[in-house]
Design a protein around this ligand. Structure first.
Ligand code: BGC
Length: 293
């Protein structure tokens, strides 16, 4: 049996697809309602390598972050960048800095400087469990999804990696906290590790995540009743269609697409020809549907 390849550069090669080449658009076009308006960043001015002398992004840090930073001492960064003592470890490689010593978003300009509502300067790490099943009655592919309390969008039930926590632990904890289900994630398949095109990102603070997939046998999955935990408005098995995938929060639609493609490439012994065809159709309709993920 072929094993999933832990070398992500290899995965990236396998998963190359024009549908996945559009990261860093939500981080320029969307924002939480409390953020100031983003300074316009046209496609050809995204890169830090490109001169953009008119670029004057507003500086923003959420007052709630400043209020709580003291209480979260050691876990949340101080506002004064010179007092940050931890290394900046990014899944995207070496972090670069501006002339004020602030870390620079690896995908380029976002139209807002400062930390926004992120706890840390630079990369903020999350982990995202993609849990799938085939519906016991209809046979269609579903993902366990939550409705986010902040944006109201459907999303993968992921969350932030706490200091000292391993990714499998975060996946398990978040899944329990958000969907109310206890699930071992040690054997989940690695799908993606890197930047997230998140509407909360700024020039100096951004989300990165580690996405893992676990498919549950129908009998096991049917016995699991999702219940919304503290961080979610609701939780349910969500049918995966081009429409539901397109509407997912941040880059989550792209992560689902990567998962589907990765799944087709590995030899899953439980995959009958019907299921394979279902997946192929879904990927194909994602590719041809008008709305972009
Ligand atoms: C969410 C994750 C998401 C990450 C990056 C976190 O708040 O819980 O699901 O991938 O942000 O956008």
């Amino acid at each position: 049996m072929r094993r999933p390849n832990p070398d992500f550069s290899e995965n990236e090669k396998i998963l190359q697809d024009p549908l996945e080449q559009k990261l860093h658009t939500k981080a320029r076009a969307e924002r939480p309602k409390e953020y100031p308006e983003r300074f316009p960043v046209p496609d050809d001015k995204v890169s830090w390598e490109t001169d953009y002398p008119e670029y004057q992004p507003p500086y923003y840090v959420d007052p709630k972050i400043l209020d709580k930073t003291k209480a979260k001492q050691g876990r949340w960064d101080p506002e004064d960048i010179n007092r940050v003592s931890h290394p900046y470890t990014s899944y995207e490689g070496q972090v670069r800095f501006d002339s004020n010593g602030r870390p620079l978003n690896p995908r380029g300009r976002t139209g807002i400087a400062g930390r926004g509502n992120r706890w840390l300067w630079g990369p903020n790490h999350a982990a995202d469990p993609i849990i799938t099943r085939f519906d016991p009655h209809t046979g269609v592919l579903e993902m366990l999804a939550i409705e986010r309390t902040d944006s109201g969008e459907w999303a993968i039930p992921g969350g932030h990696v706490e200091p000292g926590e391993g990714v499998s632990e975060t996946l398990k904890r978040e899944f329990k906290e958000e969907a109310g289900i206890e699930l071992d994630m040690e054997d989940a398949i690695e799908i993606y590790k890197g930047y997230v095109d998140d509407p909360r990102n700024t020039d100096n603070a951004w989300m990165e995540t580690d996405v893992r997939h676990k498919h549950l046998p129908t009998e096991l999955a049917s016995a699991m009743e999702p219940t919304a935990g503290s961080d979610a408005a609701s939780a349910q098995w969500l049918e995966l269609t081009p429409d539901t995938i397109h509407r997912l929060f941040a880059s989550h639609g792209e992560f689902v697409l990567k998962t589907l493609k990765h799944w087709l490439q590995r030899d899953d012994p439980n995959f009958d020809p019907d299921k394979r065809t279902q997946l192929e159709h879904l990927i194909e309709s994602l590719r041809t549907s008008k709305t972009k993920i």
